[in-house]
Design a protein around this ligand. Structure first.
Ligand code: UD1
Length: 355
């Protein structure tokens, strides 16, 4: 079976890692990787391939940044050529980025069997580009690989049960591996943030939080009210918007640093008192690592993280100072995201798709 994975943005590289490994260990699977180039900075892309042992992409399209339409269109045109050359037995697309949408469209138009990994997630917020991408890709794809029972329910409600399969969450696979590899290693902190003292890890990159001056200033002001040092892992989108809008990412308790690789991120979250984020992936990583998370959005695609108060939504930012350092809930995080073998199940499901 010849499988092509299409990836392009940071969260997809993380999901690709266990799939590439499972494909390498499976008999008779030839796996190729196409990188759209949506993320091109070394600390958003290359470091993930190196650290997570992902083979170098077979094809790199180098598309880069742009408006949603222009970026997606450039990827669509380039992916059509790449997939026509490769003619795989199936195409695997990941998550909810513009790379996912372009890949699914290119593949189905070439009549290549197309599978969507992390299918069925919904925020029900139609203003999010990721929500458009999820809905469109689920309805375009031939096989929907869902991470959770909630995702399966969403797909059923949209009439997609017949194409859906519950495989579990591949992010659990990679996170358990890396957690074990970094066990005992200290957090990665800048000078001045002493190890042993409490700190909070923060990330902010969603358009809804970064692209409006007042909202961005409000988020940064709320982060400054947290009583312990806040390590802000600044995505390039946040840096670019902060410069344009005249917002300061550091000062007081706020310490902006470059985005981290996966190993450093896991070490640093494990050592933190809490996480504040608008990232889907980090909400779930905090939950799986047993670190309280506060999400600066009005909804989440991962409602399982809200159970027992491990994750709390605070779109209005009023509670952030207290929430960010709240104690860990007494009950351990529930077992909602699979058993760490979702990637093997993904490969099995692809075999059924092409059989
Ligand atoms: C994308 C995804 C989002 C995902 C996020 C993870 C979409 C619609 N959004 O958002 O779902 O959570 O990736 O990181 O696909 N930039 C750089 N260097 C890079 C990449 C981006 O400087 O390597 C800057 C550019 O100014 C660019 C901006 O960041 O315009 C936004 O990048 P883009 O890839 O469009 O979306 P993300 O915000 O990264």
């Amino acid at each position: 079976m010849r499988v092509t994975s299409v990836v392009g943005a940071r969260p997809q590289f993380v999901k690709l890692a266990p799939v590439a490994r499972a494909a390498a260990h499976a008999a008779g699977v030839h796996h190729q990787i196409v990188h759209t180039g949506q993320h091109y900075d070394a600390d958003l892309s290359d470091i993930f391939f190196q650290e997570l042992g992902i083979p170098a992409p077979d094809v790199h399209l180098g598309v880069g940044s742009g408006g949603h339409g222009a970026q997606t269109a450039a990827m669509l045109a380039a992916l059509e050529r790449a997939l026509e050359d490769q003619r795989p037995d199936c195409v695997l697309v990941y998550g909810d980025t513009n790379s996912t949408l372009a890949a699914a469209l290119a593949a189905v138009k070439l009549h290549l069997p197309t599978a969507h990994l992390e299918a069925g997630l919904r925020s029900f917020n139609r203003r999010m580009p990721e929500e458009h991408n999820r809905v469109l890709v689920d309805h375009a794809s031939d096989l929907l690989l869902a991470p959770t029972a909630t995702a399966m329910d969403h797909l059923a409600r949209e009439g997609l049960s017949g194409r859906s399969s519950l495989v579990g969450d591949v992010m659990t696979d990679v996170l358990w591996d890396v957690r074990d590899q970094v066990a005992g290693l200290p957090p990665v902190l800048p000078a001045g943030l002493g190890a042993g003292r409490p700190y909070v890890v923060a990330t902010v990159h969603r358009a809804e939080n970064t692209d409006d001056r007042d909202r961005l200033q409000a988020v940064l002001a709320a982060l400054r009210t947290i009583e312990v040092p806040v390590l802000l892992l600044a995505h390039p989108r946040l840096r670019a918007r902060a410069t344009q809008l005249g917002a300061d990412l550091s000062g007081g308790n706020l310490h902006a640093v470059s985005p981290m690789g996966y190993h450093a991120m896991v070490r640093t979250v494990l050592g933190g008192a809490g996480v504040v984020t608008d990232s889907g992936g980090l909400q779930k990583e905090a939950f799986l690592l047993g670190v309280p998370c506060t999400t600066v959005r009005s909804e989440t695609e991962w409602p399982e993280t809200l159970v027992d108060g491990w994750n709390v939504l605070d779109p209005g930012l009023e509670g952030l100072a207290a929430l960010a350092t709240r104690p860990r809930p007494a009950v351990a995080p529930a077992d909602s995201y699979g058993d760490g073998h979702a990637a093997e199940r993904t490969i099995d499901a692809l075999r059924d798709l092409v059989a």
